[in-house]
Design a protein around this ligand. Sequence first.
Ligand code: SF4
Ligand code: SF4
Length: 386
Amino acid sequence: MAQCTQVRPDLDFVRDMQAAGGENLKKCYQCATCAVACPIAPANNPYPRKEMVWASWGLKDKLMSDVDLWLCHNCGNCADLCPRGARPADVMGAARNMVYKDLTSPSIIGKWMSSIKGLPFLVAIPAFLWLFVWAVRSGAKGWFPRAADGRIVFGEIFYGDYTIDPIFIITFFGALFILYRGTMNLLERFRPEGSLLMLGNVKPWYMHLWDVLFEEILTHKKFQDCNDAKSDRKFGHMAVFYSFAILAVVTAIVAGGHWIGKVIPAVHLETPMPLIFPVKILANLGAIGLLCGLILLTLRRLKLDPKFQASSFYDWYLLGVIWAVAVTGLFSQIFRLMDCVTWAFCAYYLHLVVVWMLFAYLPWSKLGHFVYRVAALTYVRAIGRR
Ligand code: SF4
Ligand code: SF4
């Protein structure tokens, strides 16, 4: 007996997809050129043609639980060859953006993160938070105090023990917890009904996780398979990734020196550190690497031909916040060395605002895909999809 499948299109979802970066999705006429053009799509049930149908028909559940969204490296090869200008790479990106939006709660953050209209709310939260700290700590010292020896020391206002460290520790671990819940929700969406039986020589999941971390993150090897010609993207990503890793190490050393130094005075680290101190040199190398990566990635985005590929608010939000972190950090240091106390404190305040935004909104931003993608790719390898 013939089986009848009822299709229930979600037209709001189609509109949301268009707003999230997939504005040309309705131009698709299902020729399948994109699925053939994609250099990394598996031969069995390739993407992105099927995702184009689901997006166009408003099949939200299918698209939001599609593990193949996370295999796409957004290289744009498919878009270059699409005869209709439907921009399939952007549609894949828009679908991932839609996943971040409601993957984890509080969903209001996901809503604010989805368009420029939400940006004032996202900025206002840390702006008021750090202004409150500043106002409380200014007290008798004034808003722009100097240390007893006349130096500019940000800790005079934003004292590590009572302000910076507790606020960032709570923010960081809170974001990690939300990210963990989001990752579990994502994996739950992928799970097929019933049970999956794997035959043959099955590797444990942590071996797949290591392969993914090595190939996709540490070496970005897959970028080569995907799109060798546009390697500025690979170098830009790697520069940003390794610079963040250097800056994370520096932060850990400074925090360790501060807190462990209370118990073991020999490891105590005094801040601000002199420019020639090895940890400071490492921090400045990290900052320079970050700026180089940002320049490469920003130039690449600006050079995109909108006929084939464009940038969404999600793309610009992440680049903008990382730029703001790098520039405000640099100017905090420059104004401090120039002894401009007012400008130094203002730059440092802005630095705290944007660093807080980077961490606190991570589970809803494109930075979260760093974790979501790793989880999805590990799952895909574990089920033998690639
Ligand atoms: S997105 Fe373009 S290439 Fe892909 S099926 Fe649609 S029209 Fe064809
Ligand atoms: S953007 Fe690249 S990886 Fe993604 S579907 Fe298109 S060709 Fe494949």
